[in-house]
Ligand binder design. Structure first.
Ligand SMILES: C[S@@+](CC[C@H](N)C(=O)[O-])C[C@H]1O[C@@H](n2cnc3c(N)ncnc32)[C@H](O)[C@@H]1O
Length: 257
């Protein structure tokens, strides 16, 4: 039977398995390199927006940052608190971030900036993030251009645990107009049979509304907010200027001194 579930609430216990193939260490090494190249604010206060279960927090602490995570899911934050006992966490929507000139580095990974929906909320998130940075601080996030959404490109991951085989599928769809796109997630769990019982299969499906954006529109909103914008190729192994062809990019947005 197919059930509905929310990956960031009742299914949050599966989130880290869902992301088993995400290279968090590479993303954090990239964030540190970008901070070293672009930030000029003199400190090490770090905020991860939409931090989820806190996978970026520990590596960033190991680089010497004083880390804070923000997320609007209490279930995800409960896991983040267990994983990172020495970090601070804020339960809040991104667009309601309240801080003034406090952070040197703010990140938002795994396309989570698109959760700031609709566009009016996204613009508010950009403004609140700008205000939360110290002069010379940087905001780093990844994003996808709406013209790059291809509903045939769903990604699947398979993870075997002691008691079950899990398979996770995710992909975006866009109807071709308007400011909403959808992230479709499904989790299939095949519970391994023991000698007494037959195996059991469970399937959950989840659908999230996210903001559809164009890279050029986003760049303009960032500049209107006051940021100096650098667009990079979506490659966490190096800092390379965006050639203007790919749909997925990394944005480094600096708050001028
Ligand atoms: C794809 S997960 C990314 C988690 C983490 N950044 C990572 O890379 O593993 C998206 C996260 O965004 C959070 N989220 C969704 N909408 C949000 C919003 N409007 N404000 C703050 N957090 C939000 C969810 O609860 C979830 O933890």
């Amino acid at each position: 039977m197919i059930q509905s579930g929310n990956l960031y609430a009742d299914l949050s216990g599966y989130y880290d398995l869902f992301c088993a193939e995400v290279d968090y260490a590479a993303q954090c090494a990239f964030a540190k390199r970008a901070y070293d190249c672009f930030a000029n604010s003199g400190g090490h206060h770090y905020l991860d927006l939409a931090c989820g279960t806190g996978a970026h927090i520990l590596p960033m602490q190991s680089y010497g940052f004083v880390a804070t995570g923000l997320d609007n899911s209490a279930d995800m934050l409960a896991q983040a608190v267990r994983r990172c006992p020495n970090a601070e966490f804020i339960l809040s929507d991104m667009s309601a971030l309240e801080a003034s000139c406090h952070y040197d580095l703010i990140s938002c990974f795994l396309y989570s900036i698109h959760y700031s929906h609709p566009v009016s909320s996204l613009k508010l998130t950009l403004k609140r993030t700008f205000d939360a940075l110290k002069p010379g601080g940087v905001f780093i996030f990844n994003t996808v251009d709406i013209t790059g959404i291809n509903s045939r490109h769903f990604v699947s991951t398979r993870v075997e645990t002691e008691h079950s085989i899990m398979s996770f599928t995710s992909g975006w769809t866009y109807c071709g107009a308007g400011e909403a796109m959808h992230l479709h997630l499904s989790i299939n769990q095949q519970v391994k049979a023991d000698s007494a019982q037959s195996s059991e299969k469970r399937v959950w499906q989840d659908k999230h509304t996210m903001t559809a954006i164009s890279i050029h529109g986003l760049k303009q909103w960032l500049q209107e907010t006051g940021f100096e914008v650098t667009l990079l190729e979506h490659d966490y192994s190096r800092l390379q200027a965006w050639a203007g062809e790919s749909f997925n990019i990394i944005v480094v947005a600096g708050k001028p001194l």
